[in-house]
Ligand binder design. Structure first.
Ligand SMILES: C[S@@+](CC[C@H](N)C(=O)[O-])C[C@H]1O[C@@H](n2cnc3c(N)ncnc32)[C@H](O)[C@@H]1O
Length: 256
């Protein structure tokens, strides 16, 4: 793919008329929501970090982290971007393994916590406050790999599509993208969680918790076909792993 085509906006690069991309329809109908900016719904995470510090479930790397880092290292990664990095449970071990880590999050408090932990261990990482559904503050093709754990599904489908478009833009051709999507809805349905969900009108597989720390924030739970449709125009070698214990899908793919 030429540099020229890689510098297009995320929306164009996925092709409005691409028959594979069912989600282009949602991009068109959802643009108003994307354009609302980072205040589109409450920043619950800032509240959580201020109240609890680092929540227990974000203190250790997620179950697939070693698999992902070995994939990054095999692909010759040097510059890694951690999207919606939170307090840094992945940025830290990535920096410890000698990678140049760049991370961003919308929550100022998350970045403060990450910064504290990095300086305590004498590690460096570039930290930026940014919106994962807006334009990323980085040039095209500069990252060898991108990690986004428990991140880009916190929105409506057009938000996730916009994030994938931006990740594609900043990732070099041949770069590795690894992310998770929650299957939390199944867990909620089974009664393991106290969350009560409203179904978001007009968007498939999108639910808004009415309780818990993410109340009011839409969650998109794409199935494997929707994921494939979103990624296929820009990525190859798409692999998906389901962890039924944690109810997450881990997805890895390579940028075209
Ligand atoms: C479940 S936490 C996961 C954090 C980190 N990726 C991890 O695995 O530990 C979700 C993170 O997404 C961040 N976040 C939510 N909406 C965001 C947005 N629009 N842009 C950037 N970060 C956002 C929150 O502040 C929070 O730190």
């Amino acid at each position: 793919m030429s540099t020229e085509s890689r510098t297009r906006t995320g929306e164009e690069s996925f092709g409005r008329n691409d028959p594979l991309s069912k989600v282009t329809r949602w991009i068109e109908t959802g643009l108003d929501r994307i354009l609302e900016g980072p205040d589109r719904w409450p920043n619950r995470w800032d509240e959580v970090y201020s109240r609890e510090g680092i929540p227990t479930d974000l203190q250790h790397p997620f179950y697939g982290f070693d698999y992902i880092t070995s994939k990054f290292q095999r692909g010759g990664s040097e510059n890694v971007l951690d999207v919606a990095m939170g307090p840094g449970r992945h940025a830290l071990p990535l920096a410890e393994r000698g990678l140049k880590v760049h991370g961003f999050d919308l929550s100022r408090k998350a970045l403060d916590l990450a910064c504290e932990q990095l300086s305590r261990r004498n590690l460096s990482c570039s930290l930026t406050q940014a919106d994962m559904f807006g334009t990323y503050p980085y040039a095209e093709n500069i990252f060898d790999s991108v990690i986004a754990i428990q991140a880009i599904y916190h929105g409506y489908p057009p938000h996730m599509q916009a994030a994938i478009g931006e990740i594609y833009r900043v990732l070099r051709p041949g770069g590795v993208f690894a992310f998770t999507v929650s299957m939390d809805r199944e867990r909620a349905m089974m009664g393991a969680r106290k969350y009560i969900y409203d179904e978001a009108e007009g968007y498939p597989n999108t639910f808004i918790p009415k309780a818990g720390r993410e109340r009011g924030i839409p969650h998109y739970y794409p199935d494997e076909h929707e994921l494939e449709a979103m990624l296929r125009p820009a990525f190859n070698n798409i692999e998906m792993f389901v962890d039924m214990d944690h109810k997450y899908r881990l997805v890895t793919c390579i940028s075209n």
